[in-house]
Design a protein around this ligand. Structure first.
Ligand code: TYM
Length: 334
């Protein structure tokens, strides 16, 4: 690999991604990939922590692979691979589990939230999820991890785990930094703007999926919840309007202040239409490219095979170092 710092991030193939995932994470991956040795993963093992239909999961894994590529991830430069193809992720998780504690894992906000939304399936994997995430990051000695704001707590735990391991067994892991975008780190629901936009929301009008066609995008924005007065300003007591301003600013790469000026005096109806059109203009070409790529399964399989081969070379080097540090005996080869 080139003499650059290393960047790692991953996304779960748990459904069709939303513009929250795009603006909070994916779009930044493309921007950062040239400046780092970049590694991107389809976090399929994480997805198993919530009950999945196997056929749908398989489909979603290819969907996400195609979307990464359609969003500009260049497989010649960056490594793109499926997490389960590199078994070191599961193996390092085992070792890290031995220095993590139920108390700290059960305090994670996402665990507490998911324990409520999946009351009938609070499994060990759900609680262990951040340890697997730490393994993803630490295996590649990652310097930078671009994520949305909702992953900040998990990222901090990854840093703690790296520091804890290094203190106990000697310098082994790079302690990673997070990269959380200034705008759109937390895109909110279009229907309940005090809640995060999520691909698993039961209300389809609450999120814009990266698979929505332009008419659907515009219709959903027209229905977005706003509030009673007619001013288009960014303010804590106007979560609906603030969210729409944020989405527009992020998608057009303008500042919130400029966007407020642009829309001054406009009615909510016209404003929502303009936001919808701007979003549709950006995501429609991505959707079409993704669908083109999805039709070429052989190409996707080749990209993933190559990605896994490149990823595992780095991952097993770290795993061997970890096994040695904790006192395991290396297997004799040849
Ligand atoms: P996941 O799959 O839920 O989301 C993927 C990325 O999208 C960001 N995101 C958002 N950003 C802005 N607004 C939103 N409404 C929004 N919703 C989601 C997430 O912060 C994330 O960056 N645990 C991770 C996947 C993962 C990972 C890793 C990430 C597994 N291993 C190692 C980084 C490093 C997750 O579930 O993301």
């Amino acid at each position: 690999m080139e003499d650059k710092k290393t960047l790692f991030s991953a996304i779960q193939p748990s459904g069709i991604l939303t513009i929250g995932n795009y603006l909070g994470a994916l779009r930044n991956f493309k921007k950062l990939q040239d400046d780092y040795n970049s590694i991107f993963s389809v976090a399929d093992l994480h997805t198993l922590t919530v009950r999945q239909d196997p056929a749908t999961l398989r489909k979603n894994i290819y969907e996400l692979t195609a979307l990464y590529l359609a969003c500009g991830i260049n497989p010649e430069k960056s490594i793109l691979f499926i997490q389960s193809h590199v078994s070191a992720h599961a193996e390092l998780t085992w070792v890290l589990n031995t220095i993590c504690y139920p108390g700290e894992l059960s305090r994670m906000t996402q665990f507490k939230e998911k324990s409520k939304t999946h009351e009938d399936n609070v499994n060990m994997g759900l609680m262990d999820y951040p340890v697997l995430m730490a393994s993803d990051i630490l295996l590649y000695q990652s310097d930078l991890v671009p994520v949305g704001a909702d992953q900040k707590q998990h990222l901090e735990l990854s840093r703690d785990i790296a520091i804890r391991f290094n203190n106990r067994f000697g310098e082994t892991f790079t302690v990673p930094d997070g990269y959380i975008p200034k705008t759109a780190a937390r895109v909110m629901s279009l229907q309940e703007p005090t809640k995060k936009m999520s691909k698993s929301d039961a209300n389809l009008n609450a999120f814009i999926s990266m698979d929505d066609d332009p008419d659907t995008v515009i219709r959903k924005f027209k229905r977005a919840v706003t509030d009673s007065d007619n001013r288009i300003i960014f303010s804590e007591d106007k979560p609906g309007i603030s969210n729409l301003l944020t989405i527009y600013a992020a998608i057009t790469e303008k500042s919130i202040a400029d966007v407020e000026k642009e829309f001054a005096g406009l009615g909510y109806g016209d404003f929502k239409l303009r936001v919808g059109e701007a979003v549709a203009n950006v995501i429609e070409p991505i959707r079409q490219e993704k669908n083109k790529l999805l039709a070429n399964r052989d190409y996707l399989d080749d990209v993933l095979k190559n990605g896994a081969e490149r990823a595992e070379r780095v991952a097993y080097r770290t795993l061997a170092k970890v096994y040695k540090k904790v006192g395991l005996v290396a297997r004799k080869r040849g």
